[in-house]
Structures are given as C-alpha cells and as structure tokens.
Design a protein around this ligand. Structure first.
Ligand SMILES: C[S@@+](CC[C@H](N)C(=O)[O-])C[C@H]1O[C@@H](n2cnc3c(N)ncnc32)[C@H](O)[C@@H]1O
Length: 379
C-alpha cells in the first residue's frame, strides 16, 4: 500500500502529547513543529488516528509542499499536484487558507488561486469543464509559513474534540482534547483513583474513563474521509473493528466527579450515559471544601473557576485557599490544576512541583502539578 503524509494538528503546547499518542499507535519518524505533528504511514493510518487520537485537533492529508513567493508560482505548483488521486469528480472542495510571515499575505487571494489551480488540475484529469460539487467533502487548506505553502485536505470533518457524547455543556466547559491531555500529562493510571472536584459537565472524569477502558474517543462519531472513495471502505471497517477488539468495557475504575452546582451534576450524568461509561464514573453535588477520601494514591485533576470576570478575584482567591487546605489533607494524593489565575500558587499555599503553559482556547493557562508519593508496586 502506498504511503501518505499525515498531519495531526494540535493546540499550542500539546504537540509533544499528540506525538506520543501517534507513536503509541505504532507510527515512527514523527516530526513535531508548532501546532502540528507530521508522519508518513499507509492509508489505514488515516482511519486509525482519527479514531484513536485523544489530544489532536484534526487530521490532515498532505498533498504537497513548496516554496511560493508569487501568485503564478502558487498556481503552477498547486496545479501540478495529484488532486484527482484523492478528489472524485463530484466532490465538494472548498479552500481555506492562512498566511504567516509570507510574501503572499492576502489569504482570500491565495484561496482563490488554489481553488482555480485545483479546478484546472481536475479538468485535465477528468476531461470535463464543470464540477457540480454535490458529493463528499474535501476541505482543502493552503497554509503559508515563511513562503512555504503546505496544501492539505481535512480528513476529519467536525473537530476531533467532538466525541459525540457531550450534548449538554456547563457555562465554561473544557474541550475534550484538553481534558484528555491533562490526564495524559499526569501520573494517573487506571489502577489509581481519580477525582475532579470541579467536574462541571463531567469532561475530565469521562475522558479518564475512556482512557482507562481503552475506548477509542472517535468510536461513536463519523469522519469526513469515511465518504471518500479514495479510502477503501474495508480500511474503515478494519480500523473500527480494532476499536471494538481493544476496548476493555468491564475494567473497574475508581473515577469520581463533584461540583457545587446540582444541575450540572445531572448534565454530567447524562453525558456519561451518552459516552457509555456511566458505570465507571460517579458524580455528586459537593463543595470542594467538603471533599475527603480514605482511598490512597489518588489523583485530583481539575480546572476550577479562573476568576476571569470582574469582581470574582476575591472569590477565587478564597476558593484556592480552600483547595489548598482540602487537598493537603490527602497526604498520598497527587493533584493537577489548570487555571489562568496568575497568583494561583500563592493562594493555594504551595509551589507546584512543575507547571506547564497550555492554551485553553485562546486563554493562556498554567497546568500546576503537585506530585504525591508513588504508589507501592504491589498496589
Ligand atoms: C471551569 S468550570 C469546570 C468545567 C468542567 N471541567 C467541564 O468540562 O464542564 C468550574 C466548575 O466549578 C464549579 N464550582 C465553583 N465553585 C465551586 C466550589 N466551591 N466547589 C465545587 N465546585 C465549584 C462550578 O459550578 C463549575 O462547574
């Protein structure tokens, strides 16, 4: 089977986590750049990475890359790429674009030129003059960076964070991809308890249950490239069968979530049901200060309120003090906290063992990590 070049796009700060996931799926020679992870594999990989990657934003197929400093160059080199190998004659193929530090900075012009070049290329391949664009979707992207144009087609459709289980959300929900990354950046493993004391709509506990049971996050959704004739249906069937074979639906897990808001707990329960992990997670209403546990070596993973709105500063400072007192009573536990609040550690009362800058949407946040003792091996 021929090789293809695949780009998994990532939120800034999570590239290494995405790369680790790609390697765990068995792909090598993974190149990591700002916001993306590139690797070469067979066509089956397009299906597998869409189904399995928990922290990537979307999966793009790279059609070509070249230097372009004039519109003529962009047109000629785009036209020379093998578009018809992927795009059938009835396909819809809109073009999106972006340009950073490049001579060709007008994105609408670049998009229009690429569209025209792809049409010209397809006219030659299909020997026809007009394309109705009524069939499957092939979203093309032209990304210019320092005069290098990268031409890709999106294989994913709705972003990979859309797992299909979260019909209902809280006021400030965490993206599923970010929740999965927070878990993967922690020392939690399925043998340890996990608790989210600010669980909101349940994203962190649900993502942990999916990880703990090895359930592929994309199992219950569809992808744009499932409709592509250029990817044989049997590859999608094979990849979907693998997700069923590898899922461990009966694995016992000790995952809990609490929140002060009783209504949001109902939402969390409904989302867990949609994700089919309702037997793996327990949610209940509880203010953070009342959380205690007899369990040992657990992990708290959470994103508390950040105090973004005016007048909330004192409230969150008080809340962080309560968190500091409550968590320090759990002497064998580790805790991991994501917040954009600049003085979090001061109010929490302890400097983190490690922190990491992460972007939650456009918001710069820090992921504060406090390591407890390692669990003994036998446990
Ligand atoms: C940023 S949201 C968390 C969102 C959640 N990760 C999700 O994906 O939906 C913060 C949550 O903290 C809860 N909260 C605020 N004060 C609290 C307190 N004192 N104890 C427990 N929960 C609290 C809010 O109700 C809200 O659901």
């Amino acid at each position: 089977m021929g090789k293809v070049e695949i780009i998994a796009t990532s939120t800034f700060g999570l590239e290494a986590v995405v790369a680790r996931e790609v390697r765990q799926l068995g792909y090598e020679n993974v190149a990591v750049e700002n916001g993306k992870v590139t690797f070469t594999a067979d066509k089956l990989a397009i299906c597998r990475v869409n189904l399995w990657l928990r922290t990537a934003e979307r999966i793009r197929l790279k059609i070509g890359e070249f230097k372009a400093t004039t519109f003529d160059e962009l047109f000629e080199k785009t036209q020379a790429l093998p578009w018809a190998e992927w795009i059938p004659e009835d396909a819809q193929f809109p073009v999106e674009g972006k340009s950073v530090k490049s001579k060709l900075f007008s994105v609408p012009d670049c998009q229009a030129i690429v569209k025209k070049a792809v049409v010209e290329s397809m006219k030659k391949s299909y020997r026809k003059m007009w394309f109705d664009e009524t069939g499957p979707m092939f979203k093309i992207e032209v990304a210019l960076h320092k005069d290098i144009a990268t031409l890709t087609i999106d294989t994913t459709g709705a972003g990979l964070h859309k797992r299909g289980y979260r019909r209902l959300i809280s006021g400030a929900p965490l993206k599923e991809t970010m929740a999965a990354a927070m878990i993967q950046l922690s020392f939690w493993n399925p043998d340890r308890p996990l608790h989210d004391p600010f669980c909101g709509s349940g994203t962190i506990p649900i993502e942990a249950a999916l990880i703990g049971r090895n359930i592929a996050p994309g199992m219950n959704r569809e992808f744009a490239s499932e409709e592509w004739p250029s990817i044989p249906k049997k590859l999608w069937q094979e990849a979907r069968r693998e997700t069923h074979d590898l899922a461990d639906y009966d694995r016992p897990l000790a995952i809990t979530g609490t929140d002060i808001d009783g209504d949001i707990i109902m939402v969390a329960n409904e989302n867990a049901e949609e994700a089919m992990v309702e037997d793996a997670v327990r949610f209940k209403r509880l203010p953070v200060g009342s959380f205690t546990s007899d369990a040992k070596y657990g992990c708290i993973i959470c994103n508390p309120p950040y105090g973004e709105r005016l007048g909330e500063k004192q409230e969150v400072e008080q809340l962080y003090k309560v968190m500091g007192r409550t968590f320090s009573a759990l002497d064998t536990w580790s805790y991991y906290i994501l917040t954009s609040y600049p003085e979090f550690e001061k109010f929490f009362g302890r400097e983190a063992d490690r922190n990491r800058k992460l972007y939650n949407g456009n918001l710069k946040t820090y992921y504060y990590q406090y390591y407890g003792p390692r669990p003994p091996r036998s446990e």
